[in-house]
Design a protein around this ligand. Structure first.
Ligand SMILES: CC(C)(COP(=O)(O)OP(=O)(O)OC[C@H]1O[C@@H](n2cnc3c(N)ncnc32)[C@H](O)[C@@H]1OP(=O)(O)O)[C@@H](O)C(=O)NCCC(=O)NCCS
Length: 192
């Protein structure tokens, strides 16, 4: 497990062969001149092929079933409690920044964050449907997440083994002094 943090994502690169944004939205953000998402409610559509588009949202409800399904389709389901409905419900209910990517009614990516919006944001789960990986969906989800935070807020995460070399691509730095505490065993008793 590696812990990483990100202060600011690098500017968006134009991908090879990418068509103009069909939604016509400039990649700037809603209500603010430096924000890349001009419509606060629904982010924007970004083409991933000539056949369909992926749209990005920070406020679209996600059912437990759809959450479990996209986790499984991404392979992150191997490392998340996808068969435990109670925990999934709690994970969704208490996440306060849930960014999702959709093709129509099908969720193809999710970034689940817990944040105070000002100092830090823990990016707990980033998952992209395997059929959509490598097309910039993960990057756009993180970009959307970052756009919802105040300037200066850091994104912090624990990398899954398969994604260790992914985050440095985006500008994340490994943090040498990060720590986690598992639920078991319990904290060592106080000495005195
Ligand atoms: C890791 C993951 C979220 C990345 O999302 P994605 O949409 O596939 O990634 P992007 O298309 O935004 O990739 C951006 C760049 O990183 C590279 N990249 C993608 N996945 C990578 C990986 N696992 N390791 C290293 N580099 C990776 C891409 O090739 C791309 O490079 P380019 O900009 O030079 O073309 C996604 O592949 C996934 O869900 N993986 C399985 C679950 C997982 O490990 N989640 C992370 C939990 S911490």
């Amino acid at each position: 497990m590696i812990i990483l943090k990100l202060s600011r994502l690098p500017p968006r690169r134009k991908r090879h062969g990418q068509a103009p944004n069909p939604a016509g939205a400039s990649l700037g953000v809603a209500g603010s001149s430096d924000s890349p998402y001009p419509n606060a409610a629904t982010a924007y559509a970004r083409p991933h092929s000539v056949m369909s588009t992926v749209s990005y949202h920070h406020d679209r409800p996600l059912s437990v079933e759809a959450f479990a399904d996209v986790l499984r389709r991404s392979t992150l389901g191997e490392r998340r409690p996808v068969d435990d409905v109670h925990r999934l419900e709690q994970m969704l209910r208490h996440a306060n920044l849930l960014c999702t990517a959709w093709t129509g009614d099908r969720v193809v990516g999710v970034a689940r964050g817990l944040t105070d919006f000002s100092y830090c944001c823990y990016l707990s789960d980033l998952a992209v449907d395997a059929a959509y990986q490598g097309r910039g969906v993960g990057t756009e989800l993180i970009r959307l997440m970052q756009s919802r935070l105040e300037p200066g807020a850091k994104i912090i995460l624990l990398s899954a083994p398969k994604a260790r070399s992914y985050y440095p691509h985006l500008g994340f730095e490994a943090h040498p002094s990060a720590w986690t505490l598992s639920a078991t065993p319990a904290l060592a008793p106080r000495r005195n």
